[in-house]
Design a protein around this ligand. Sequence first.
Ligand SMILES: C[S@@+](CC[C@H](N)C(=O)[O-])C[C@H]1O[C@@H](n2cnc3c(N)ncnc32)[C@H](O)[C@@H]1O
Length: 389
Amino acid sequence: MTDKAYRTLEIALETGLTRAERELLRDLSRAFSRDDIILECEEDRLLVHLRALDLELFADTVEELARKHGLEGGAPLPCRLTESIERVGSYGIQGRKRDFVDYNKERKVKQRRKKEQARGPYYYAREGSFSRENNPLPLEFTDRIICGDSAKALRELPDNCIDLVFTSPPYNFGLDYRSSPDGVDWPSYFDMLFEIFDECIRVLKFGGRIIVDIQPLYSDYIPSHHIISDFFMRRKLIWKGEICWEKNNYNCKYTAWGSWKSPSSPYLKYTWEFLEIFCKGSLKKEGSAENIDISAEEFKKWVVAKWSIAPERKMEQYGHPAMFPEELAERVIKLFSFQDDVILDPFCGVGTTPAVAGRLHRRYLGIDISREYCEKARQRVESLAAREP
Ligand SMILES: C[S@@+](CC[C@H](N)C(=O)[O-])C[C@H]1O[C@@H](n2cnc3c(N)ncnc32)[C@H](O)[C@@H]1O
């Protein structure tokens, strides 16, 4: 051992080590710096002294060495070794490495928990008085695509019957939707949106979530994501957070530089949209363990709230100018809902949300004002449902 500080894990060895296992551990020790990890074998236990580790590289190396020493196919020691390091829940991140020691030395806040309690969370939503009585979605609305204005159509639904609303409303950019104007004056636009969002809040179950994918209109200096978030917070929903959907579309429409090479008014460019996440009444959602379908890998990756997903490439094929990609809907639905939950999209376009929801064994309700989009959505739901997840 060195005089450096390490975090030590202990792996019990019930039967001692085989020769192949010893060789694997020897090779593994050689593959990594002693400044990062030291493996120490004792008679009945393996001590793993950790300082910093690129866990992905470590897991790949273990796998490769397991193959080399004939220990592949889920042999206990290599699996236990990687899993026990993966299970360490608190660490800092430096580039690709996890820091297991002294990563929070820089923390300036003393008595963090006490201060958190004194401040209290989501003060803006505390007087929310939502009914806890949830209702089933009536059969005539289950697994349906409805053509109509959501402001009207949603009034037919009972209170508290939807688990998750996932939607992207028209952004008021002036796009060419088939049956609705996109590009009205801003107060009328937000009035239209908020009438529908009020209905969404009403039909949402206690503990349900509303997730709105929205892009501000930067060229007009309209922070739509803030205006919409402010609306939900005034309605006493809890802001759960925000996901940055990085589209990496560098050929954005607004190519002007503003005041080129001058600080007087440079024009900022963006390649992402926002997903604003709100909860009704509680941050916690009820659901049974057998209805969880997200894998550990997906969970670990997707809770990091910056999602790099390419924009939908088949918009021309579907004849819709502003679809989001299926992968976005898939991540949202698996991360924020259980199988069998009811998913609503009140601006469903050509049915991305309902189609993915159906494929992932959720129930869905999609509404769009355009007959043509609804027809395509129905066809899509059927063809995606036929595909295995
Ligand atoms: C951004 S698009 C949604 C696209 C969708 N996420 C998809 O992937 O296909 C917004 C949709 O809202 C619809 N829309 C506009 N006003 C509406 C209203 N009052 N009620 C229902 N749908 C409306 C438009 O027809 C348009 O398809």
